[in-house]
Design a protein around this ligand. Sequence first.
Ligand code: AMP
Ligand code: GLY
Length: 434
Amino acid sequence: MKLPQTVNILLLGGGGREHAFAWKIAQSPRLEKLFIAPGNAGTKACGMNVDLDPSNFPAIKQFVLNNYINLVVVGPEQPLVDGVKDYFLSDPEIRNIPVVGPAQEAARLEGSKEYAKAFMARHGVPTAAYFTVTASNVEEGCEFLASKVKAPYVLKADGLAAGKGVLIIDDLAEAQNELREMLSGKFGAASKKVVIEEFLSGIEVSVFVATDGKSYKILPEAKDYKRIGEGDTGLNTGGMGAVSPVPFATPEFMEKVRTRIVEPTVRGIRQEGLDYTGFIFIGLMNCGGEPMVIEYNVRMGDPETEVVLPRITSDMIDLLEGIAHGTLGEKTLEVTPQTAATVVCVSGGYPGDYPKGKPISGLPAGGSVLGNSIVFHAGTALKEGRVVTSGGRVLAVTSLGSSIPAATERSYDAIAKIDYEGLYCRRDIGRDLL
Ligand code: AMP
Ligand code: GLY
């Protein structure tokens, strides 16, 4: 099966990741029309924004039928965890319109930490030792913390907790106390079950895999910068920047990732009959040269996508077609050896409270190119014809270059032309890798 030669695509989501997808899809000669739901002020340059809620499945169905959509691409995890793909498959009117992303059961690889750990255990994927705790075995959980693992103690809410469900605690009594608090609803339903994990020390790298459920392609890897402050200090954020490639992810290391992690993961998906046609984001720790999985996500990363897709030089619709129609093995993925770096500009106060609606000046008119950079919008909106801030992460400014400093310098030069009240970015993206 194939897509028609030219296609209409509906892309769900509205952050920097989706702007990067829209930008890359819009470059394909195979694109007829691209719709982004809901999109942001930047995605308008790549297609048409539509005011649809990605979790309103009946409205998505109507839109898909009315606009002759050939392919649906899902950016964020929530619609996948909520079963958007199953919704399509169960309805004869839209069953044959492929959705890029896993079905609900497979999306539990991100939606439930315990499910993911048990999957890794079944398929021999290297990961930290763990123990699952619910209200019925709290004392065993406290005992596990006291005798089976050493500080620092890692506690994870089982369910989706908007990136806030992981606690790393040095003191045993405090960890035991937090465990009880999580179980009694600190993160709502997400922490009714808690996974305790052995602490892994090392440096993290994000690996991205496209799969049609049978074969796979490893996309460029990336490193993201999660803390708000320079030198990786302060509160956790959604991501303050990213670079690709990652110098410590050598060919030798990536071969270990492929054979020990990617292959057993894709084989496990196939053996268990999971419906997975989409992207797998594997969060890894490089523990002294040995890759260990920290987590699976069932989507691309943000801001990693803003460096991964600009390095791909082959056609995006061909890749999406391979994923959606089980023909990925026939496709070629081409990647530039250049370095891509993205620097995220956030609202003042983020990741705490921040204002919205601040006018942004200096943006490229009607496109995304500014100097030698691409400006991806993350949290922006249009208000009375002006682009204003509308989220914590506002822009992701990506550049390619011959080295990490060459790429980041271009992004900082572009950011110097942009202004809004409270603009903040980290000045040290990629510096730890030099
Ligand atoms: P997660 O939501 O699972 O990605 O966890 C959030 C962050 O916590 C990760 O990106 C790591 O920095 C850290 N983390 C999670 N699990 C572990 C672990 N077992 N050992 C050390 N750090 C961890
Ligand atoms: N950058 C991490 C994430 O997308 O979850």
